[in-house]
Design a binder for this molecule. Structure first.
Ligand code: FEO
Length: 398
């Protein structure tokens, strides 16, 4: 439980949650961290805290650097309790600390902990001198809550943007460049898809602010710190914020008696014929928080469910509700499924696609009971057409 020096007199003093597997419904198979940063200057400053049950771990790291009672300032970039949950206990061991938060942060802290009297509000561009260093504050509303803000230290070229640029990874390593890029990318993109995706316009504003700052390190509040090739993760954020996707597809489906599954695989064959990489995501085998990461980067999102009790399967209802909240745009959608006598699932899924304002070149594909060879050939052909649309060889309207 050592503090890790990330800059001269600046330490990571967060906590590693190795056992975390569910973050309000988001499966975190690799655990997570809650990152706090301790700055030793004339005014000793702690940037963010950790979940309440990780307080002892954070306090142990702090105590290896300094007596916590000497902490002057606590910066609360974000009130969500994975970052603010230890503030009440911190105030017990750092009784003279003043808290800095955005206006919404102050309100949030009052609701959560009744500590608003200790909070000084900071607004866009405000700064405080803490000695040799300056801390500047930039609200990034809705990335991830209305209170969210970034703290920037120009003397150290250090940006602490809280949730932005985070990943749910528990690791002995502290820097993104110490792990294999594929793993870090997988978790950074899954994090964006599940936490940040609805707020693309606000992410763009945050990126614009960041582009005007001289930064050589991005220290988020979850996972690994970015200190090399910052342009790489920033450019991915820019793409994701603008709903730019890749020429690939994801087929999300569930099935009762394998008919919808047969359609899903025939559709896959058609996409394969067109040369479009396509992943199969059965909702019986995949969690929605993993599937949404495929949606983040896929131009084609094709959705299949049989009809049950005059509607779609509840697994699909859950997935679409989740995806609807995350609001991906600029996709090509397609509904397919099987039915016995009602057939309503396709209409429901198609309406969902239309409501998201995706391109929907086909009304949907519905098969009674078991798909014949002819029907499988038909949906395979449709898959081929959708593949060509993904590759932009033919206009989506055709
Ligand atoms: Fe990591 Fe929105 O809290």
């Amino acid at each position: 439980m050592k503090p890790i020096k990330i800059k001269p007199d600046i330490y990571w003093v967060g906590a590693i949650d190795w056992d975390l597997r569910n973050f309000h419904g988001y499966l975190t198979q690799r655990g997570s961290t809650y990152n706090s940063y301790l700055i030793i200057d004339e005014k000793i400053t702690l940037v963010d805290t950790v979940k309440h049950y990780k307080f002892d771990e954070m306090a142990a790291r702090i105590k290896q650097v300094i007596d916590p009672s000497k902490i002057d300032y606590i910066i609360c970039n974000h009130v969500e309790m994975d970052h603010s949950g230890s503030i009440p206990k911190m105030l017990e061991i750092a009784p003279n600390a003043k808290i800095f938060a955005s206006p919404n942060g102050k309100r949030g802290l009052e609701f959560h902990f009744k500590v608003a009297d200790d909070v000084q509000v900071v607004k866009q561009g405000d700064e405080i001198k803490i000695g040799k260093r300056t801390l500047q504050f930039y609200p990034i509303t809705m990335v991830h809550w209305p209170d969210s803000m970034m703290t920037y230290c120009p003397e150290e070229k250090l940006l602490m943007p809280n949730d932005a640029f985070g990943q749910h990874i528990a690791s002995s390593q502290r820097y993104a460049d110490e792990l294999e890029w594929g793993l870090v990318y997988e978790e950074a993109s899954k994090y964006y898809a599940n936490i940040v995706m609805p707020y693309g316009p606000m992410v763009n504003k945050a990126l614009k602010i960041a582009s005007g700052l001289d930064i050589d390190m991005i220290a988020p509040s979850h996972g690994l710190i970015w200190r090399k090739d910052l342009g790489k993760i920033i450019s991915h954020y820019a793409k994701w914020a603008n709903n730019e996707t890749e020429e690939k597809a994801v087929i999300v489906y569930d099935s009762m008696w394998h008919s919808t599954e047969k359609l899903a695989y025939a559709l896959h064959d058609g996409l394969e014929d067109a040369g479009v990489p396509t992943v199969m995501r059965s909702l019986q085998a995949n969690h929605i928080s993993d599937v949404i990461a495929d949606v983040l980067t896929s131009k084609g999102v094709f959705i299949g469910s049989p009809t049950l009790n005059n509607g779609m399967l509840p697994t699909m209802g859950g997935f679409l509700t989740y995806m609807g909240g995350l609001k991906p745009t600029k996709r090509i959608g397609f509904a397919f499924g099987s039915y016995g006598w009602g057939g309503q699932s396709i209409k429901e899924i198609h309406k969902f696609i239309v409501d998201l304002k995706w391109e929907a070149p086909f009304e949907g594909f519905n098969v009674q009971y078991i798909p014949s060879e002819e029907k499988l050939a038909e949906i395979r052909e449709t898959g081929g057409k959708l593949g060509e649309m993904i590759k932009k060889k033919v206009p989506v309207e055709s």
